[in-house]
Design a protein around this ligand. Structure first.
Ligand SMILES: [Ca+2]
Ligand SMILES: [Ca+2]
Ligand SMILES: [Ca+2]
Length: 289
């Protein structure tokens, strides 16, 4: 084999390796850092100011648990607000959609999972914890908020990454949340109306989460309040999902998409097979020479 052929083969093998690693990267929609997936939200789309600004959410999955973390100007117990029916504006509930369809379709089909994680919010379910087959409702209007997401965008909050880095545009957000339904006449569905209780959650402080490797600082996204929770991984079906949460008023929200990726060991295995094939080709050509 001449030098040119060898260089071509090595180039092909290198290109194959690049393709493998690029595919691995693209398959991971959330931004992966130290085993946590991050959805980093716009830092300037919190209607109402710093108290309402969400900067990000993050999820880590281990063999036994799913960890969720949020960082925001809004504490877990919400903020005082005279314009709200209960004089408090807090967090809505967190939704998990494993169906592969948009949120509205999954909602209509009863395919959503939800978590009430804020014990003082206006959720329709009484107990903090994980629920399946949830129905949804909007509490924005009783919390001095937006009657629709279109109203929120129209008020000047259509910013890059306004529903986090995985739903970075208004169009992406509308497509996911509403599908073929109208984003004007459909409210921001931000709480669990009803559902079947599956199990509880364990609250985690910022210190707890730092101990689990959480690092919003990597994205310069640390805000005043960082908190989270964990729950038994077996409560959810597993596989690819989109998770999102809006505040009770709809003044800010964030989403995170998590897709399964091949384990690093299996990627290395694919790469090794590629190299063996390339090596065999080189050897065969050397034999026939
Ligand atoms: Ca934000
Ligand atoms: Ca409230
Ligand atoms: Ca947002």
């Amino acid at each position: 084999m001449n030098t040119q052929k060898l260089a071509t083969l090595i180039g092909s093998a290198a290109a194959a390796l690049c393709l493998i690693s690029a595919t691995g990267g693209q398959a991971q929609a959330g931004q992966l850092h130290n085993n946590w997936n991050y959805g980093i939200d716009a830092f300037n789309d919190g209607s109402g100011g710093a108290d309402y600004e969400i900067k990000g959410m993050a999820i880590k999955q281990t063999a036994d648990n799913i960890f969720v973390a949020l960082t925001s100007g809004m504490p877990l117990t919400g903020v005082s607000a005279s314009g709200a029916a209960d004089r408090n504006i807090g967090w809505g509930d967190l939704f998990f959609n494993f169906s592969g369809t948009d949120f509205q379709t999954a909602n209509s089909a009863g395919n959503l999972f939800g978590i009430r994680f804020a014990g003082t919010n206006d959720s329709g379910v009484g107990q903090v914890g994980v629920y399946r087959n949830v129905t949804t409702d909007s509490v924005t209007t009783s919390n001095n908020g937006y009657s629709s997401l279109a109203g929120y965008y129209g008020a000047g909050f259509e910013k890059p990454n306004s529903t986090g880095t995985d739903l970075p545009t208004k169009t992406a957000t509308y497509n996911y949340l509403y599908g073929t339904s109208s984003p004007v006449s459909t409210p921001i569905l931000n709480i669990i109306k009803a559902g079947t209780f599956l199990g509880g959650i364990t609250s985690l402080t910022n210190t707890d989460l730092l101990g689990e490797g959480l690092d919003f600082g990597h994205f310069s996204a640390n805000d005043t309040y960082t908190f989270g929770f964990k729950f038994d991984r077996s409560l959810l079906p597993g596989g690819n999902f989109i998770s999102h949460v809006f505040e009770e008023c709809g003044n800010d929200g964030v989403a995170l998409e998590v897709k399964d990726v091949p384990e690093p060991s299996s990627l290395a295995g694919i790469a090794a097979v590629g190299l063996m094939i390339a090596g065999a080709k080189i050897r065969r050509r050397q034999e026939v020479k």
